[in-house]
Design a protein around this ligand. Structure first.
Ligand code: FAD
Length: 475
């Protein structure tokens, strides 16, 4: 009887515990991917994620073909698709790696009990995290709400075991049903806006390892210094690969530890970022409302007075603040934005424009190739000040100061805002402060070639702090 391996956010063959366990049974394996767009509700993958998913699945399907198998594609409610496959093939077991999104947990629990009741073995595995949310707790047995002790505990007691290689003795069940990858219609068509994504990314397991290898050779030693500079390629850019499980955090961990630079300060800082991902999953698991509700309920009374036209200006990168606009245009063009700039644009939306963090979260969800329910919601709440272990609300990022500090030569700004290219460094971070003659010489006409700032940061900051004062002392 075949064993179904249900691929989800674990689109890889190596270090894949569900696949490994299926191979170990000796039974033929039936690999399947099910596009289940109803179960996630509002959190079905956004446009950029769907583009990634298509190419990642295409890569996985090719890898499976090379081993003599075929990845089956299905579309619809997962339970019905699995039931039909079991009926058709006589499969005796379904194995998968766990997901932690609230909707996925609910669905998986229901599927597990239905399968077990029907006499089909259902088993789930840890494939996407170093530490399961229920494996790590404070001394009092409560979930961690603060990152540093979480990270300490992870390092001290939960370092991952060695990753496993791709199973070498795989036999496949021959099954010809299912639809084609194209029929899942994951790619944008009218219009096809994916050119920038194509130019910047190669989804798939092999590419994920290529990226990690490059980072370990060239990036990790200086990671602590360069990770905050958006003009440099100072970070690993592994986030979409990790989100879709093309590489596991355990593989990343051990590759860093084995690398020639394992002792560099950058290596430890880098692993702590991997731990932020774990921490976000931990929060999402224990506080499943995190994507929708303020973690600190006092923020429920906050008055979001922002306007729709400002939200639109933010989305399109037309706020008049160069660092914000550069970030939003990088996101639109490539499906990714540098972490420092993500914090700046998020703070700007929430505090300068007084727009609810959930609007920003939704835009990121649709446009990021690495959109991830846990990291996205935890990070937006972190910036808003409403989250666990969050930046205090009164910490309002100054978009000009941040720009001058982290992009002093304006290299990042010029990359994304060609209309400002000829401005001198002194003027590029805040063009409205420059003399008319300087602007004219650079061919910049505020309000025409580039927007005037849509808010005054100094005033906006005061307004935000006053609004916060009103809720500060509530429960
Ligand atoms: P590196 O610096 O190379 O870090 C390595 C890995 O560590 C990343 O790939 C990621 O998996 C993890 N990581 C790094 N920083 C964080 C963090 N702050 N929180 C959680 N994990 C982290 N990250 C996502 O993966 N998906 C999201 O949807 C997402 N939304 C965000 C929204 C906002 C408002 C902010 C401020 C941050 C968000 N992040 C998100 C976190 C972070 O910006 C990205 O993980 C990072 O920029 C990815 O680039 P990288 O792979 O080069 O990171």
């Amino acid at each position: 009887k075949p064993v179904i391996v249900w691929f989800r956010q674990d689109l890889r063959l190596a270090d894949n515990p569900a696949l490994q366990a299926a191979a170990a049974t000796g039974a033929p394996v039936l690999p399947v991917y099910i596009l289940d767009d109803d179960a996630p509700g509002a959190w079905k993958p956004g446009g950029a994620s769907r583009w990634w998913l298509h190419h990642s699945l295409s890569s996985l399907a090719r890898d499976i073909e090379q081993l003599g198998g075929r990845l089956i594609f299905q579309q619809g409610p997962a339970q019905a698709c699995l039931d039909a496959l079991i009926e058709d093939t006589g499969a005796g077991a379904v194995f998968w790696n766990r997901q932690y999104e609230p909707w996925a947990r609910k669905r998986d629990e229901a599927i597990k009990s239905a399968l077990n009741e029907a006499g089909v073995k259902a088993r789930s595995f840890k494939g996407s995290l170093i530490v399961e949310p229920w494996e790590i707790a404070t001394k009092a047995g409560a979930p961690y709400k603060v990152f540093t002790p979480f990270w300490r505990s992870l390092k001290a007691g939960h370092t991952p075991s060695e990753p496993t290689a791709r199973p070498d003795a795989l036999t496949f069940h021959d099954h010809q049903d299912g639809c084609t990858l194209e029929a899942l219609k994951l790619l944008p068509t009218k219009p096809d806006w994916s050119g920038g994504l194509k130019d910047n990314w190669t989804p798939g397991e092999a590419a994920a390892h290529g990226r990690l290898g490059q980072f370990l050779q060239h990036g990790v030693t200086e990671y602590s210094d360069r990770r905050n500079l958006p003009a440099e390629h100072g970070t690993s850019k592994l986030s979409p690969h990790l989100h879709f499980g093309e590489i596991s955090p355990r593989q990343v961990w051990h590759a860093v530890k084995r690398s020639a630079h394992a002792q560099a300060e950058g290596a430890d800082t880098y692993l702590s970022e991997i731990a932020w991902r774990e921490f976000s999953y931990n929060l999402l698991y224990h506080f499943p409302d995190l994507p929708e509700a303020n973690f600190q309920s006092k923020f429920d009374g906050f008055e979001w007075t922002g306007q729709a036209k400002d939200l639109e200006a933010w989305r399109r990168g037309r706020t008049g603040y160069p660092i914000v606009d550069a970030g939003m245009r990088e996101l639109w063009a490539t499906g990714w934005m540098h972490n420092r700039v993500r914090m700046i644009v998020a703070s700007f939306l929430i505090k300068d424009l007084m727009i609810d963090w959930r609007e920003g979260e939704a835009w990121f969800w649709d446009t990021l190739v690495d959109a991830d329910l846990s990291s996205n919601s935890a990070s937006w709440q972190w910036t808003a000040g409403s989250g666990a272990d969050a930046a205090p609300y009164f910490r309002v990022f100054n978009p000009v100061g941040q720009s001058e500090k982290f992009d002093p030569d304006g290299e990042y700004l010029r990359r994304w805002l060609p209309e400002l290219t000829n401005l001198p460094n002194k003027a590029i971070h805040a063009p409205w402060t420059a003399d008319q003659s300087v602007l004219k010489k650079a061919g910049v006409h505020l309000g025409e070639t580039y927007p005037e700032p849509i808010v005054d940061h100094g005033e906006a900051r005061k307004r935000a702090l006053a609004a916060f004062e009103k809720i500060k002392d509530s429960a």
